[in-house]
Write a protein that binds this ligand. Structure first.
Ligand code: ZN
Length: 510
């Protein structure tokens, strides 16, 4: 953990798209990382919406609205996604905000002052859907080569501003070679190295045939991709930095989908260097969520709708599933049946029953009061657990963090089976009984603190049932010391954490 602030961002979401499970995945990942970072020091998280471009202008026109009215009507849907998945961001930026336009123009001007921006005529093929220029050689039957798109392209001839990206190739190569962690996972790193080795072309960074974007002095607007990337620093108050946020939190860490790695790891660092700023500290490009091995698409009818999913299983169970099912970074398959099984087994049987059994025994044998602390066998095994979880999560190893936490769940369940509190009670071995019961309660307190970033609402409910005041959102170095749970705490058992879910018709495997 650096002494300075920790800053982590999602990509900004394209405003007129439909929120899908992949957006929830990016947002929850960043939320888990940010909550873990906040437990150790100053941290900020950011999400937002990408609202410019020709495609938005055309959609607004088709809807009979001005572009601004059109994006204003769509923005709330993206905030609802954050509510549905219980993600808490320090800031939500929209690229149509004045603070973003100011920063974007300032960056452009600095790059121009440094001689990296020049005017030229762009002639070539453009796909409006992808807001991308394509060389003639890449077109497939005269259409956009993106396999997800394949729409007709249009011939453009515009006088535009260009960024001398080609001049930054050597510096990018050096960044990639000296800091192999700059882009993770390894597969994405290899991909971008191959692009770099092949050389970089200069990039058109403005458009002049339509006006839905950040207007440039002298005409035209910034290319939507160029302005979108700047959101990460405009949200920190750059360039004026009135609150010192930029100075404290930049450079940050970007979590993105793998399809936009090129923009974030080749173009964005070069833009920042050109303006005299530091590149991001790290970029993590995660994989895609598939439906039974296939990419989700409307035409296949296999789209898993994120709002319905959170409603059916609860936000916390879905959050858990997304990061338990596969290593963060790889593609993986999701299905309602798999989710239901994990909810019933990992969450219901392992975790929920641990809480229920522990509090029931405490109720039966000690009237629900936590006994005196003891230095039991469990204390020795867990002292470096919080540091291990923290290191995994801040290095984006989100499944490994969860695996570590689950070792404590397993240890506590095993201690019930091995130490058999009911036999200790029958035999009148009160000290030993107290020791087991204390270990269980203290272990559960640890679990609620460690699980809070992954499952904020269930962790808070555990905390409440343990009879603790406040929430498990606490500083780990202060609170994760074995024995802090006070004797005499009156526990308050409640409803099961994860009630068993019976399958619905579409959740039964054929
Ligand atoms: Zn396209």
């Amino acid at each position: 953990m650096p002494a300075r602030g920790f800053y982590v961002t999602t990509p900004i979401y394209y405003i007129s798209g439909t929120p899908h499970i992949g957006h929830a995945y990016s947002s929850v990942a960043v939320d888990i990382i940010a909550r873990t970072a906040r437990a150790h020091g100053p941290a900020r998280s950011l999400t937002g919406t990408d609202e410019h471009g020709q495609k938005v202008a055309q959609a607004a026109e088709a809807a009979g609205a001005t572009p601004q009215a059109y994006v204003d009507a769509l923005a709330p849907r993206w905030r609802e996604l954050q509510i549905a998945y219980d993600t808490r961001f320090d800031d939500f930026i929209r690229t149509t905000e004045p603070r973003h336009a100011r920063a974007s123009l300032a960056l452009f001007e600095r790059m121009r002052a440094n001689g990296d921006v020049y005017e030229s005529v762009y002639e070539g093929w453009y796909c409006t859907n992808d807001e991308t220029f394509w060389p003639e050689s890449k077109l497939i039957d005269g259409r956009c080569p993106n396999p997800e798109c394949r729409r007709p392209v249009e011939w453009l001839s515009e006088r535009n501003w260009f960024f001398r990206l080609s001049a930054y190739r050597d510096r990018l190569l050096e960044l990639f070679r000296t800091d192999p962690d700059f882009l993770r996972p390894q597969s994405r790193y290899n991909e971008m190295m191959a692009v770099l080795e092949g050389g970089l072309d200069d990039l058109s960074i403005s458009r002049s045939s339509f006006d839905w974007g950040i207007p440039l002095p002298g005409g035209g607007v910034l290319y939507v991709w160029f302005d979108a990337l700047i959101n990460y620093i405009s949200a920190l108050g750059w360039p004026d930095d009135p609150d010192g946020r930029f100075a404290t939190f930049w450079p940050g860490v970007h979590v993105i989908g793998k399809e936009i790695a090129r923009f974030h790891t080749l173009i964005w660092p070069a833009m920042l260097w050109s303006a005299g700023l530091e590149p991001p500290a790290r970029v993590f490009a995660h994989g895609w969520i598939l439906a039974e091995g296939e990419k989700m698409s409307k035409s296949l009818g296999n789209v898993i709708e994120p709002f319905a999913l959170a409603e059916r299983f609860g936000a916390d169970a879905v959050r858990y599933f997304l990061f338990r099912e596969a290593p963060f970074g790889t593609d993986f398959s999701i299905s309602r049946e798999k989710l239901r099984q994990r909810l019933n087994s990992d969450l219901g049987n392992d975790l929920g029953n641990l809480l229920r059994r522990s509090l029931a025994m405490l109720d039966r044998y000690r009237d629900g009061l936590v006994p005196e602390p003891t230095a039991g066998s469990i204390a020795e095994g867990v002292s470096d657990l919080p540091a291990r979880v923290r290191d995994h999560v801040l290095a984006m190893r989100l499944r490994e963090g969860l695996d570590e936490i689950w070792n404590l769940v397993t240890t506590l369940n095993r201690s019930i089976d091995e130490r058999k509190p009911w036999e200790l009670a029958k035999a009148g071995r009160g000290d030993e009984l107290d020791a087991v019961l204390y270990d269980l309660c203290e272990g559960l307190r640890w679990l609620s603190i460690l699980l809070f970033p992954y499952m904020p609402s269930k962790a808070t409910e555990m905390w409440r049932q343990l009879g603790l005041s406040g929430t498990p959102e606490v500083r780990w170095p202060d609170e994760l010391t074995w024995g802090r749970l006070a004797a005499g705490t009156q526990t308050d058992p409640g409803l099961p954490l994860f009630p068993r879910l019976e399958p619905e018709p579409d959740e039964t495997e054929a």
